[in-house]
Design a binder for this molecule. Structure first.
Ligand code: HEM
Length: 123
């Protein structure tokens, strides 16, 4: 049996490292940085760790809002759309590449994240 994606990525430490680099990239990108204005990044990063842990079949349960509810106001009031989703997904991919994660694992992560598109974009 194949180990959960979470374990194969290197467990919680690796996921935390990825989240740190990922958020730096988001805030440095003018296409998406504005969406995070006024968001407490420390809390947000914790939620992201929890979400990724869940998405990658890790040990913790995700207890935040569902992705549709969490992003709906961004779609309705700030025009969150495919271009932003692609940018965020691209930053995650670049982060994993920088960390030296194996290409097959990156492909699995991107498939999980890609599967959230319609929920995040509320359609
Ligand atoms: C790529 C797939 C995505 C995933 C898996 C994801 C995941 C999450 C999670 C788990 C939360 C916290 C939910 C909670 O409050 O409990 C969140 C919040 C948020 N996300 Fe995403 N997200 C994604 C895409 C995006 C995109 C494309 C943007 C904007 C460019 C974005 C901007 C935000 C913002 C601003 C919040 C905070 C909302 C608030 O608290 O007012 N997310 N996201």
């Amino acid at each position: 049996m194949t180990a959960p994606l979470f374990d194969r990525l290197g467990g919680m430490e690796a996921v935390m490292a990825a989240v740190d680099i990922f958020y730096d990239k988001l805030l440095a990108d003018p296409l998406v940085a504005d969406f995070f204005n006024g968001v407490d990044m420390e809390k947000q990063a914790k939620k992201q760790v929890a979400f990724m842990t869940w998405a990658f079949n890790g040990p913790q349960e995700y207890r935040g809002r569902d992705l549709r509810t969490a992003h709906r106001h961004l779609v309705q009031r700030q025009g969150l759309g495919d271009a932003h989703f692609d940018a965020v997904a691209g930053h995650l991919q670049a982060t994993l590449e920088e960390l030296g994660v194996a290409p097959e694992l990156i492909a699995e992560v991107m498939a999980v994240v890609g599967g959230t598109r319609n929920e995040v974009l509320d359609r």
